[in-house]
Design a protein around this ligand. Sequence first.
Ligand SMILES: [Zn+2]
Length: 73
Amino acid sequence: MRCESCGSPATTEIMFAADGGLVAVPKVQRKKIFCKYSKLSANACTDCGAVFHVRLEQPEKLKPFVDYSGSAR
Ligand SMILES: [Zn+2]
């Protein structure tokens, strides 16, 4: 995958590691038990340092928390 910032092909897939992996927790769920979350992964450019294509590893886990009320406006 080419770097979105400088176009270099010298990129590598990365994980956000912090004591077992940094995870994305839905805001609405934050004060409850942390049972719904997804690990994050991304690609990093070894030339310019850009991190891009950040994504959820298990996007379906956060699906129940989507607020569709805002998209109708
Ligand atoms: Zn780059």
